[in-house]
Design a protein around this ligand. Structure first.
Ligand code: NAI
Length: 329
C-alpha cells in the first residue's frame, strides 16, 4: 500500500462535506487500496458540529482512514497536505449581490493560499468549490506564489455532469453515452455548456438531438440555472451532487483520460490555446495522464452562439477579478 494521502477539507461541518467526507474515507476518491488522513478545517463556532461529524466517521470504522485532525487554524489544517479541497465559504445572504459575496469570501482565500504555500506538501493540488469558486481560486493561487499555477483548480464538474444528464435524458440514452461535455468559463450563470463538441453515442450531440434552438436556449439555461432550481425545490443548495462532482474531478486527475475524451476543469488561463485572456481561472476541456497533472486540450471549435457566450463569461471573470484585485498581491 502506498504512502497515506493527507487531504485538507475546509467547511468540514457544512452540507457538501457531510456528503463528501464519508466517500473520501471509504476509498471512492483515491481508491480502495489507498490510506487517507483527513485535516478538517472549520470556523470556531462550528467546531462542536465538526466533532459530531468526526464521531460519525469513527463510527464507520473505515479501514482506510488513518487519522482525523480537527482545527480552526488554517495553518494547522494545511500541514503536509497532498490535496486541499476548499469547500468552506460564507453563503450568500439575503439581499447580497454577487460582488458583496466576492468581497466577503475573498479574504478567506488569501489566508488559505498563504497557508498552502507555507505548510502543504510539495506535491499539493488544490480544488476550490466554495463560491465564487473561480475567483476564490485565483486569490488562493496568487497568495501561494511558491506553488506552481497548474496545481490550482476550481470546479465545474457538477455543471458538466448536469449537462450530460440533460443531454442523455433528451436523447433517451444512458448518461455514459454522452462524452466531451465541456463547460467553458465561470462556474456561474454565464457558464457556457458546449453542445457543439459534445457527443452522444459517438455522434455529434447536435445531430442526435436535431434541435439547435433547444440546445442554444433551454439546454444552456437549464444547466446554468440548475443550482437555483435545486434550492427552490429542496430549500437548500445542491450538496450531494456537488460532493460527487468533486470526487469525479479528483478521480479525473488521477486516472488517464481515455483517448479522444476530455473533462472540464477551471484552470489558470496562462498560455491557453483558445485566446482567453491570461490570468483568469477559466473552465476548459482538459485531459490528464493520471498522475494529477493535466493539459488543456486544443482544437475545439465553437459556433457564433457559443463564442458570444464565452465573451460574456470572460467579461464576468474579468469584472470579478477587478473587485478583488487588492487581494492578488
Ligand atoms: P454550508 O454553509 O453548508 O457549509 C459551508 C461551511 O463552511 C460551514 O460549515 C461554515 O462554517 C464553513 N466555513 C465558513 N467560513 C470558513 C472558513 N473561513 N474556513 C473554513 N470553513 C469555513 O455550505 P455548502 O452547501 O457545504 O456549500 C459550500 C460552498 O460550496 C458554498 O460556497 C457553495 O456556494 C459552494 N458550491 C459550489 C458548487 C460548485 O459546483 N463549484 C456547487 C454547490 C455549492
Amino acid at each position: 500500500m502506498s504512502k497515506t494521502i493527507r487531504v485538507c477539507v475546509t467547511g468540514a461541518a457544512g452540507q457538501i462535506d457531510y456528503s463528501l467526507l464519508f466517500r473520501i474515507a471509504s476509498g471512492e476518491m483515491f481508491g480502495t487500496e489507498q490510506k487517507v488522513a483527513l485535516n478538517l478545517l472549520e470556523i470556531t463556532p462550528a467546531l462542536d458540529a465538526l466533532k459530531g461529524v468526526a464521531m460519525e466517521l469513527d463510527d464507520c470504522a473505515f479501514p482506510l482512514l488513518e487519522e482525523i485532525v480537527m482545527t480552526d487554524d488554517v495553518n494547522v489544517a494545511m500541514k503536509d497536505v497532498n490535496w486541499a479541497l476548499l469547500v468552506g465559504s460564507k453563503p450568500r445572504g439575503p439581499g447580497m449581490e454577487r460582488g458583496d459575496l466576492i468581497k466577503e469570501n475573498g479574504p478567506i482565500f488569501t489566508s488559505t493560499g498563504k497557508a498552502i504555500n507555507d505548510h502543504a506538501a510539495d506535491d499539493v493540488r488544490v480544488v476550490v468549490v466554495g463560491n465564487p469558486c473561480n475567483t476564490n481560486c485565483l486569490i488562493a493561487m496568487h497568495n501561494a506564489p511558491d506553488i506552481p499555477r497548474d496545481r490550482f483548480h476550481a470546479m465545474t464538474r457538477l455543471d458538466e455532469n448536469r449537462a450530460k444528464s440533460q443531454l442523455a435524458e433528451k436523447a433517451g440514452v444512458a448518461v455514459t453515452e454522452v462524452k466531451n461535455m465541456v463547460i467553458w468559463g465561470n462556474h456561474s450563470a454565464t457558464q457556457v455548456p458546449d453542445y457543439k463538441n459534445a457527443t452522444i453515442a459517438g455522434k455529434p450531440a447536435t445531430d442526435v438531438i436535431g434541435d439547435l434552438a433547444y440546445l442554444q436556449s433551454e439546454f444552456i439555461s437549464t444547466v446554468a440555472k440548475r443550482g437555483a432550481a435545486i434550492i427552490a425545490a429542496r430549500g437548500k443548495s445542491s450538496a450531494a451532487s456537488a460532493a460527487n462532482g468533486l470526487i469525479d474531478h479528483v478521480k479525473s486527475l488521477l486516472t488517464p483520460t481515455p483517448q479522444g475524451e476530455v473533462f472540464s476543469s477551471c484552470v489558470c488561463s496562462d498560455g491557453n490555446p483558445y485566446g482567453i485572456p491570461e490570468g483568469l481561472i477559466f473552465s476548459f476541456p482538459c485531459r490528464s495522464n493520471g498522475d494529477g497533472t493535466y493539459e488543456i486540450v486544443p482544437g475545439f471549435e465553437l459556433d457564433q452562439h457559443l463564442t458570444d457566450g464565452v465573451a460574456k463569461t470572460v467579461a464576468e471573470l474579468e469584472s470579478e477579478r477587478e473587485v478583488i484585485k487588492n487581494l492578488l498581491g
